[in-house]
Design a protein around this ligand. Structure first.
Ligand SMILES: [Zn+2]
Ligand SMILES: [Zn+2]
Length: 257
């Protein structure tokens, strides 16, 4: 099992999760917030073409997550998994695409991978985040959540690797030029995770199998890779768990689990 990012942040997100068993390869794209051309260009950078994508799994309807998803899926005849709330929120955009509905607590089998959707507090219709497994290893993904919940901490327990939102530094957001309403939205209970919140989540969850944490969905205005990395490292208090930071332009290269 391996995973890579096409890019991570408010201008677009897409994560690839891939496994091979015998002759069969499965690669699932988690969110597709880039246009068709841009998605294809970024896929190529990671050695993949659209024909390699088995399915697309969506977290929620915000454009940095679904921006290119349905156009890409329609053009390349790729099935899409999403919550019914996300389906309702995107309206006509999903027309002509093979859709599969999922919700909190489900277990989705997509080729050689399993996905476990779980509910998070975020200002979307029915947002889901996911853990993914090849049956042996578990990757946890959490972005776009306003605060920690016992439910999400349980969902992310005993992961071998984690992709975890570190959206903003509270002080940088407070001091930023953003209008007060936007500051309230981002920093609110249905907004985005601050470095502090992610540090607390990481402290709270079962880290017994954890080998790597990747900070993701960083604000380019209100955070720095250094601050995010320091927060994650503080929570880990371990030199055996590797910390990396995803970026908007490059995402991150394949990580073998
Ligand atoms: Zn987002
Ligand atoms: Zn969002």
């Amino acid at each position: 099992m391996k995973f890579a990012s096409l890019g991570s942040g408010s201008e677009g997100n897409a994560l690839l999760i891939s496994t091979t068993s015998g002759m069969t390869a499965t690669t699932v794209m988690l969110d597709c917030g880039f246009g068709i051309r841009e998605t294809e260009r970024r896929l190529l950078r990671l050695g993949k073409t659209p024909a390699d994508i088995t399915g697309i799994v969506l977290t929620h309807e915000h454009s940095d997550h679904v921006g290119g998803a349905f156009k890409f899926a329609r053009r390349h005849k790729i099935p899409v998994w999403l919550s019914y709330g996300t389906y309702q929120a995107v309206g006509e955009a999903s027309k002509g695409v093979e859709l599969h509905f999922c919700r909190d607590g489900d277990q989705l089998a997509i080729g050689g991978l399993e996905f476990f959707p779980y509910t998070v507090p975020h200002d979307a219709r029915e947002p889901l985040q996911y853990a993914a497994s090849d049956g042996v290893l578990k990757l946890g993904v959490l972005t776009d959540a306003g605060q920690a919940t016992a439910h999400l901490i349980a969902a992310l327990g005993a992961c071998d690797a984690l992709v975890l939102e570190c959206n903003h530094d509270r002080k940088m957001l407070e001091d930023s030029v953003y209008p007060a309403s936007l500051k309230r939205r981002i920093g609110g209970a249905y907004g985005h995770l601050s470095n502090d919140s992610s540090e607390a989540i990481l402290r709270a969850l079962d880290r017994s199998r954890l080998k790597m944490v990747i900070g993701a969905h960083l604000s380019q205005q209100n955070n720095t890779p250094e601050l995010a990395g320091q927060a994650l490292s503080r929570a880990l208090q371990s030199t055996t768990v590797e910390v990396r930071i995803a970026c908007q332009e490059q995402g991150f290269d394949w990580v073998a689990m």
